[in-house]
Design a binder for this molecule. Structure first.
Ligand code: CP
Length: 352
């Protein structure tokens, strides 16, 4: 039940932040004492402060519950047109890989909080990294211009490297192929939480799971809860990687590896569908793509109160004929991204 040593060391760093620089006697920007100018949320159970959001494992159940309560509050804030409370705060979004939902929802979140946004959607092309500057230097510079950085890097350790040098909170907006996408998993879990208790759920996570950063991050979050069972449904060559499976075993979370959705569709409470690109299947298996797809016939076999989620964008694995099903929550799920990201920003930015 223990974390690997390297992971624990990094976790300490991303929870508590880098060791403070020796005092120069000067106050940081905004004229507030250090730690108040950039306050961080406190985990009610451990008292630990959350400085950066790099991976799902950082979150504890009390911290998730605090986030979800705030997210409910943000639904009300948005309903009345937003707030100006964060008018003095600036968020930089630095995207090295394409995004529509994540970038827009973070930017909308900051704008609804009254803050301002600096943005580059092609950071690889429009930053000095095209001149071989390292992401560490880019982050050191940008951290001097803003209060929080949202980064989607194209390598699996890009956000971690950014967090290790940043003076302001860094949020991982999805990194690499086979990395993590923790804020997507937070909004996925919030969408489930809005519907029912998470303890005791059985969840099918479907798709190309070896590189599925949303699936990986969600598995880590689900592992925080009691009596959860996860079915990983994927072509064998694209199954969930051992790092996640070992984590689940260490934390006594039940899971099964499955290669046929039909065998589990009728017994799960949540169907979390993700993309499968046909190119990633072995030639011999291309014709089996339908075994992992949801269409109106497949959803008829689901429990009447099951939930259908998908992080989007979708391809052939989620047929449009499912959209009208009352169990299909994926557009609401995308909308929830706004509330959860607003809540997360307030937790990272507010004074404590
Ligand atoms: N779900 C998600 O991460 O979508 P984007 O790639 O559009 O941000």
């Amino acid at each position: 039940m223990t974390e690997p040593k390297a992971a624990t060391q990094f976790q300490n760093q991303i929870v508590h932040g880098p060791s403070p620089a020796p005092s120069t006697g000067s106050e940081p920007a905004l004229g507030l004492p250090r730690g108040q100018a950039l306050g961080f949320p406190v985990d009610a159970r451990t008292g630990a402060k959350l400085k950066h959001v790099v991976e799902s494992q950082q979150f504890t159940v009390p911290l998730l519950m605090e986030l979800f309560e705030r997210s409910r509050g943000m639904e009300r804030v948005v309903a009345r047109g937003g707030t100006l409370d964060y008018h003095s705060r600036i968020m930089a979004t630095l995207f090295y890989a394409p995004s529509m939902r994540t970038r827009f929802s973070f930017e909308a979140a900051m704008l609804r909080l009254g803050g301002r946004v600096l943005s580059t959607e092609q950071a690889g092309a429009f930053s000095s990294e095209i001149k071989a500057e390292q992401v560490e230097d880019t982050i050191r510079i940008i951290a001097g211009y803003c209060d929080v950085i949202v980064i989607r890097h194209n390598t699996a350790d890009g956000a971690r490297r950014a967090a290790q040098v940043s003076a302001v909170p860094v949020i991982n907006a999805g990194d690499g192929n086979g990395g993590q996408h923790p804020t997507q998993a937070l909004l996925d879990l919030y969408t489930i939480y809005r519907e029912r208790p998470i303890n005791g759920l059985s969840v099918a996570i479907i798709g190309e799971l070896d590189k599925g950063r949303t699936a990986r991050s969600l598995a880590y979050l689900l592992a925080k809860f009691e009596r959860v069972k996860i079915f990983f449904v994927s072509p064998p060559e694209l199954q969930m990687k051992p790092d996640i499976l070992e984590y689940l075993e260490e934390h006594d979370v039940r899971y099964e590896l499955e290669s046929d959705l039909e065998r589990v569709i009728g017994e799960v409470d949540v169907v979390y569908q993700t993309r499968i690109l046909p190119d990633r299947l072995h030639n011999a298996n291309r014709g089996s793509l339908h075994r992992y797809a949801l269409d109106s016939a497949m959803v008829q076999r689901m429990k009447p109160d099951a939930l259908i989620l998908h992080p989007l964008p979708r391809t052939a694995e989620l047929d449009k004929s499912v959209d009208g099903d009352p169990r299909a929550l994926y557009f609401r799920q995308a909308r929830n991204g706004l509330f959860v990201r607003m809540a997360l920003l307030t937790m990272l930015l507010e004074e404590n």
